[in-house]
Write a protein that binds this ligand. Structure first.
Ligand code: PEP
Ligand code: MN
Length: 338
């Protein structure tokens, strides 16, 4: 249920209504927009008689929210959420580009890529230290030592860092070292992990879409993090499984307008894991920006032929630089600052 207040409603009106609702054992989420204040009710709304709220002179209308997700729901927060990641804004009119290798392999590798990515205009650096690999025999990542390399690259370039957390055991370390904590596609429905992350920190979380997750399932996972106390969730579409096997996954660009319709959360696109081929990254990244996404995550490697993970989908720095140049006029056309 949401209560839309009249434009002239005052702080004391909000407090009065909030008190009435809380006395019935519900939680109230207040969203103050430029023109309107909205109160979102969470809990057993059968305890609230909409008519008794509607008679309040500060109330414009009371609406029922049928979706299972509340905090992520656009109805609860009509304006776009803008999330600050170590000083870089994502959402609203801000388009952020996250670039870097799939995996952290060495300090030299990460620093070289980070410098090239920054020079080309990237805003954040990515790198996997704990890798979710299909095979137990494949490179599993450098672990904590990899996180320290990312921290060194951040010191060298000033770029905030993004890395994937797979196990709550490392949560404190991630909170200390990483600016944007990634929950990967495979863990999107690891509800225990989502609850722990939401409870332990308000650091921004990048929640990737599960391999075959519906929009509703994906948004409900964001809701888990938000309901546990962390409102700073950024969604990332990274391709979904389809019958097609020529590409690694199929990029669902409809995710951009759908997520924007249903939620207020920023959505970024990862064309690297979607297509699995480096030459698909440029056209899909441009299409994503044209569709209105809030950011991109792009794998960049200085020596993709020798990469320990995901070389075939990684751009060389020169190709990344070229892409950044091509993105600028598209971002301008959709009113996004890159
Ligand atoms: C990654 O970003 O390195 C990754 C493993 O992505 P995903 O979870 O989307 O497969
Ligand atoms: Mn990868």
């Amino acid at each position: 249920m949401i209560i839309v207040l009249k434009q002239e409603a005052k702080t004391e009106d909000v407090a009065r209504i909030e008190k009435t609702i809380e006395e019935k054992g519900l939680q109230v989420h207040v969203s103050k927009g430029e023109n309107q204040t909205i109160m979102g009710l969470i809990g057993d709304t059968t305890k609230v008689d909409p008519e008794s709220i509607e008679v309040d002179p500060a109330v414009e209308k009371v609406m029922h929210v049928s979706e299972l997700y509340k905090l992520a729901n656009r109805a609860f927060h009509p304006e776009d959420s803008v999330i600050d990641v170590g000083g870089v804004k994502i959402g609203g009119g801000h388009l952020a580009v996250i670039a870097g290798p799939c995996s952290v392999e060495s300090k030299e590798q990460v620093i070289e890529i980070a410098k090239a990515a920054k020079a080309a205009g990237a805003n954040l650096l990515r790198g996997g230290a704990f890798k979710p690999r299909t095979s137990p025999y494949a490179f599993q990542g450098m672990g904590s030592a990899g996180l320290d390399i990312l921290v060194a690259a951040k010191e060298a370039t000033g770029l905030p860092i993004v890395s994937e957390l797979m196990d709550a055991e490392y949560l404190d370390e991630f909170i200390e070292k990483v600016d944007l904590i990634q929950i990967g596609a495979r863990n999107m429905q690891n509800f225990d992990l989502l609850k722990k992350v939401g409870k332990a920190t308000k650091k921004p979380i990048l929640l990737k879409r599960g391999l075959s997750a519906t929009f509703q399932e994906w948004i409900m996972s964001a809701e888990y993090i938000m309901a546990s106390g962390n409102p700073n969730v950024i969604l990332c579409e990274r391709g979904v499984r389809t019958f097609e096997s020529y590409t690694r996954n199929t990029l669902d660009l409809q995710a951009v307008p759908v997520i924007k319709e249903l939620t207020h959360l920023p959505i970024i696109i990862d064309p690297s894991h979607a297509g699995g081929k480096w030459w698909l990254v440029n056209p899909m990244a441009k299409a994503a920006v044209a569709a209105g996404c809030d950011g991109l995550m792009i794998e960049v490697h200085n020596n993709p032929e020798k990469a320990l993970c995901d070389g075939p989908q990684s751009l060389k720095p020169a190709k990344f630089e070229q892409l950044m140049k091509e993105l600028k006029p598209i971002a301008d056309a959709v009113g996004k600052e890159i």
